[in-house]
Design a protein around this ligand. Sequence first.
Ligand code: SF4
Length: 286
Amino acid sequence: MNITDIITSGLLAENKIHDRIIGIYWPSECSCKVNNKIIGNCLRQIYWKIYGASITNPTKVSTIRILKLGSIIEENEIDIAKKCSNLYVADHIPFKMDIEGITLSGEIDAIYQQEDTCIGIEYKSGHGYYFTSRIFGSSKNPPLPKLKDIMQVMLYLLYCKDHQYNNKSIQDFKLIYIDRGTGLSKEFNISLNNKYPIIDNQEYDDFSTDDIIARFVQLDKYVKKKIIPPVDFHNYYSKNQIKKMADARMISKIQHKKWDDNGYGLDWECEYCPYLNRCMTKEGIR
Ligand code: SF4
């Protein structure tokens, strides 16, 4: 065995699905319906994770490496913050919120202070054309954080309004993105107006904290009744459907060609799902 093979086995072993407790969900598993489309996590995928269903489509080692790189970059940002005077307050702060009969549990990346206030920090990283044009903006669109990341931060803000750090409550979060390809970073200010997000002083009313929590409650019902949730995304588009989507300009020419060559199409959420084959079998596709 060469070194790469040994490291590869180590990476795969570390990437095991965590043991879960029924009724406890992670803020990063948030989702909700925005403009009639589910944004965020698929309830069926979380259901299978919670019940430890065997993986049918293991994550590629290259993807595991890239994700690890993201964590290392985020940790490094916090380490640097610790060395900056009057900035760092705490990191990896436990988060546990009992709400609507469920528990949300996780960690807030960091809390920093600016002048007299404490602010929550959530780091994210990514790379590639779609990430860069979304986060940093393009000639057509202004910079905008990912909706799923906003939802996660909204849950932290909901929790923080009843908790204090250094005798100060947290009203604002910064969602900080780091581009793994270019090393550039971009931060967004997120706060809540009642239950709706404010992003860089602009109010949005597409989804509220109630909507996000309602999806967790819906998931909890499936989990406790042991009913596999319906699919939230499409794991199969036929050639006919692909053509219709291309004619309606719902997909790019590159996507059209990729799906056409493949013989079928699928949403990107399903493309990276560790249970894709299991899901397709359940739907009678494979
Ligand atoms: S394949 Fe798609 S729909 Fe099925 S569980 Fe995975 S993400 Fe959900």
